[in-house]
Write a new protein. Structure first.
Length: 237
């Protein structure tokens, strides 16, 4: 049985213009996130890993704008969002139930991953205010998901913690982001030695702490960014 369905209309991959529109949206969000929220996050998780690197940060900023009710001038992420479906082709994604089991049916043969992700993000932006905030949190987590979009995804992503902005911005090119956060120049291998990373991390961590002049309002986020940057560079080293 189909419990949620999303139709995304989009340009053909080879078309010179890039456009997105929504079709039929059966997205129940009772008991948020509901079946609709699960499907939207699932579409993003299924698509995100294959989105072109130069478009990823644009998705993050679009999510922030829609979640905060900001105006979204077009085009965004190199695609124009519109209501007109003329000349576009359709991809249909579903969440289906078989008894107590839920599974996803993704239709992505005709559209590019970024088009599928954009459709799900814009659909979330059109949900009632009382639902879309939590579902956008799930979509933030979905951007970072690694692995199959299955029952484990539903358990671990839906209703979980909100991914930090540091994690989202590092999704595009984590090593470059981490080097910028720590203010380190890349070595010949494109990274940095563990000794340099640890020394720089300790210095910046001390400066960020309120006891050493860091601003209380900014300290927690700054410390989180520094910690995530250190983790990325040590793992890459």
């Amino acid at each position: 049985m189909i419990v949620a369905e999303l139709e995304i209309y989009h340009s053909r991959p080879i078309a010179p213009t890039r456009r997105i529109a929504l079709g039929r949206c059966n997205l129940p969000v009772d008991s948020v996130p509901g079946a609709g929220g699960m499907l939207l996050a699932g579409v993003v998780a299924h698509s995100a890993a294959n989105v072109e690197a130069d478009l990823r940060e644009g998705l993050v900023h679009l999510i922030e704008d829609l979640d905060n009710g900001r105006r979204c001038p077009q085009p965004r992420v190199k695609h124009r969002f519109q209501t007109d479906q003329v000349g576009l082709i359709k991809s249909t994604h579903r969440l289906v139930s078989n008894g107590d089991d839920l599974s996803f049916e993704f239709d992505d043969e005709l559209g590019r991953p970024v088009q599928q992700a954009l459709g799900a993000i814009y659909a979330t932006g059109g949900l009632p205010d009382e639902a879309k905030g939590e579902i956008f949190n799930a979509i933030r987590n979905a951007l970072l998901w690694i692995g199959d979009v299955d029952g484990r995804f539903i358990t671990e992503v839906m209703g979980g913690r909100k991914a930090s902005m540091a994690e989202l911005l590092s999704w595009n090119d984590p090593v470059v982001w981490a080097l910028e956060i720590l203010g380190i120049e890349a070595d010949d291998g494109g990274g940095a030695s563990k000794r340099v990373v640890q020394r720089r991390f300790r210095s910046l961590l001390r400066d960020a702490h309120p006891d050493h002049g860091g601003l209380d309002d900014d300290a927690a986020q700054r410390i989180a960014d520094l910690t995530e940057a250190r983790r990325i560079l040590l793992a890459a080293g």
